[in-house]
Design a binder for this molecule. Structure first.
Ligand SMILES: NC(=O)c1ccc[n+]([C@@H]2O[C@H](COP(=O)([O-])OP(=O)(O)OC[C@H]3O[C@@H](n4cnc5c(N)ncnc54)[C@H](OP(=O)(O)O)[C@@H]3O)[C@@H](O)[C@H]2O)c1
Length: 336
């Protein structure tokens, strides 16, 4: 039996539905102090946010996890680590994908993260025309079957290629993609397909780097150095394509009305909205560990529900936005 805060991604893998995202320790989101970051990681875990999302290329993220795991085991006992989940990604450069290449990459992540088994390995691939991603996934599935990886997953694959991978007989539990009030592309093809085939979605960009929060309500359009994290820059570009700052203010205003009705913040409504979408297992929120802390707001996500009146208020604004599927393409196409 899992609580509303949790989701069974697989029979042996239960996660917190709000995952801690670690792209924010990579250097492009402000300076991270290692000790403060480790203390903040412990505080998140103690508040119930037990699931972490990182990648081989997020700067020191995998090493930080390794250090955290060692310390946590020493202080609280090795068995307590079983209550935490650490999901990494492998984002290889194009090239041949023989067994040795795949094994070396996975061994490096296991070593850095101080674990014999990766809880979830999410695979990214840049170029669909290069069909060697099937070689890589076949080898990764072998590593899952021999225990180096507990579960295999994808990130930023579109619906067509996800279908091809499943039809190839390769089992994946989830696909990590951008999904927010601004980026609703997954609702068109990805989510219905995932529901049909039993694949779960892990959403990122849920609060658009912080743009979807009270901090930007009634504020002039941020530009240049005001967008001081890689995340804010990325999602400001999405907002521009989606409909621009004036419409975005209209959305923030509608969200503020909804948030006020429930005595929560705008970002809390934005996260709740994504968690309520079909096929969504969890929302990954970027953590600037030791620099900011949103645990209190995030806990409130699990303590209220959006109703039909809220949905209508939000939908009235979203209906005016541009069709991002037409403008950008399906999930992950922004990387290709
Ligand atoms: N697979 C991929 O290609 C991919 C791409 C992007 C991200 N991701 C994953 O998703 C994670 C999320 O990153 P993101 O770039 O999408 O950022 P995000 O989660 O949309 O934004 C995170 C930022 O939002 C601000 N914020 C405002 N209200 C908040 C609230 N209530 N709760 C939490 N944060 C709030 C915080 O800014 P302040 O710190 O300034 O307060 C925080 O740093 C990454 O760390 C990574 O794990 C994956």
């Amino acid at each position: 039996m899992v609580s509303p805060e949790q989701f069974a991604l697989a029979p042996d893998l239960t996660i917190c539905r709000i995952l801690n995202g670690m792209w924010q320790v990579s250097g492009a989101h402000g300076p991270i102090d290692r000790e403060k970051a480790l203390a903040s990681m412990a505080a998140h875990v103690d508040a119930g946010f037990t699931t972490w999302d990182l990648a081989d290329h997020y700067g020191p993220a995998e090493d930080l996890v390794g250090q955290f795991r060692r310390r946590y085991a020493a202080e609280r006992g090795e068995p307590t680590l079983a209550h935490l989940q650490f999901f990494t990604k492998w984002v290889p450069r194009a090239g041949p994908m023989p067994r040795a290449v795949v094994e070396t990459a996975i061994a490096a992540s296991r070593r850095r993260m101080a674990t014999g088994t990766l809880d979830l390995l999410q695979f990214h691939w840049w170029d669909y025309a290069d069909r060697r991603y099937f070689d890589a996934l076949t080898r990764l599935a072998d590593l899952r079957d021999t225990g180096a990886i507990r579960h295999l997953a994808l990130t930023n694959f579109d619906t067509e290629r996800l279908a091809g991978i499943l039809d190839h007989g390769i089992r994946v539990v989830s696909n990590q993609i951008q999904f927010s009030l601004i980026d609703r592309r997954p609702e068109v093809r990805m989510a219905p397909f995932c529901r049909e085939r039993g694949v779960h979605l892990l959403a990122y960009g849920t609060v658009c780097g912080g743009l979807l929060s009270g901090r930007y309500l009634n504020q002039p359009e941020p530009r240049g150095s005001a967008l001081d994290t890689a995340s804010l820059q990325k999602y400001k570009r999405m907002v521009d394509v989606w409909g621009g700052w004036t419409l975005f203010q209209e959305l923030l205003s509608a969200l503020d009305d909804v948030a006020t009705r429930h005595a929560v913040g705008i970002s809390t409504v934005a996260v709740r909205w994504v968690l309520d979408r079909p096929a969504v297992a969890g929302a990954i929120l970027g953590r600037r560990l030791g620099l900011s802390d949103h645990r209190a707001d995030n806990t409130r996500v699990f303590a209220f529900a959006l109703d039909a009146e809220d949905d209508a208020r939000i939908e009235a604004v979203l209906a005016k936005s541009r069709n991002l599927l037409g403008a950008i393409g399906d999930c992950g196409d922004e990387y290709r």
